[in-house]
Design a protein around this ligand. Structure first.
Ligand code: PGA
Length: 247
């Protein structure tokens, strides 16, 4: 099971203290889950130094090109160079605020693999789409167009994050999560065959210390992508500790 913390645009130098606390605790009490933190790019190498291999570090985004005249962007190779082993692509905030298309997200996933990173591809419907009963059609389209064929043989995770659950404190019901994850597993298997087995499906959107245990116990939930609750070591540790033993 993979529990990933997405710090988004949060974290100045003092936030390293939270990572130190997290590492201290994980060393004292090892957990079943693999733990990943995706800090802002400015902190990546310092978080990696503190992490000392106890947890993995990842980027929150990458540019499709390895280098070049793209002011403000960060390549997958740079994520790797800063100590990252994973990169998130296609987060709904990138899709929404930066107009990222499925095609661009797929190019970023390919870039991540090129740099030797594991890639977390985010998908998920908006509230209007769910209310219209379109949630499966939306994620099917995103799965087909945001995830390149190479996912069958490259380190990949899918994060199902209903947009309306992100940062809102609202989550789908356990039944809704179960239904969607079963659907996604079916779609991945249809497309990638045996290769799909190595692709965990994370749930994301308002995961917190209170609901983590129930969500992580749902069949086909292979981990979580955690935003707000990953910023405080104590909260994140409770979530990490909620991963079923042997997962
Ligand atoms: P949240 O964010 O946990 O704060 O809802 C999740 C995410 O955007 O990955």
């Amino acid at each position: 099971m993979l529990i990933a913390g997405n710090w988004k645009m949060n974290g100045l130098s003092p936030a390293l203290g939270e990572v130190e606390a997290l590492i201290r605790e994980l060393k004292a009490r090892p957990v079943a889950a693999k733990v990943l933190i995706c800090p802002p790019a400015t902190l990546m190498s310092r978080v990696a130094a503190v992490a000392g291999g106890v947890i993995s570090i990842g980027g929150q985004d990458c540019h499709p090109q390895p280098s070049g005249a793209f002011t403000g962007d960060i390549s997958a190779e740079m994520v790797r160079d800063a100590g990252g082993t994973w990169v998130i692509v296609g987060h709904s905030e990138r899709r929404q605020y930066h107009g990222e298309t499925d095609t661009l997200v797929a190019a970023k996933a390919t870039a991540g693999w090129r740099a030797g990173l594991g890639v977390i591809v985010c998908i998920g419907e908006t509230e209007a789409e769910r209310l219209a009963g379109q949630e499966e059609a939306v994620v099917d389209r995103q799965l087909a167009a945001s995830i390149p064929d190479a996912a069958a043989t490259s380190p990949t995770a899918v994060a199902y994050e209903p947009v309306w659950a992100i940062g809102t404190g609202r989550t789908p019901t356990i039944e809704e999560i179960a239904r969607m994850h079963a659907h996604l597993r079916q779609q991945l298997t249809k497309r990638f065959g045996n290769g799909a087995r190595a692709i965990p499906i994370l749930y994301g959107g308002s995961v917190n210390p209170k609901n983590a245990k129930e969500i992580l116990a749902v069949p086909e939930v292979g981990g979580a992508l955690v935003g707000g609750a990953s910023l405080k070591a104590t909260d994140f540790l409770s979530i990490v500790g909620a991963a079923p033993v042997g997962s």
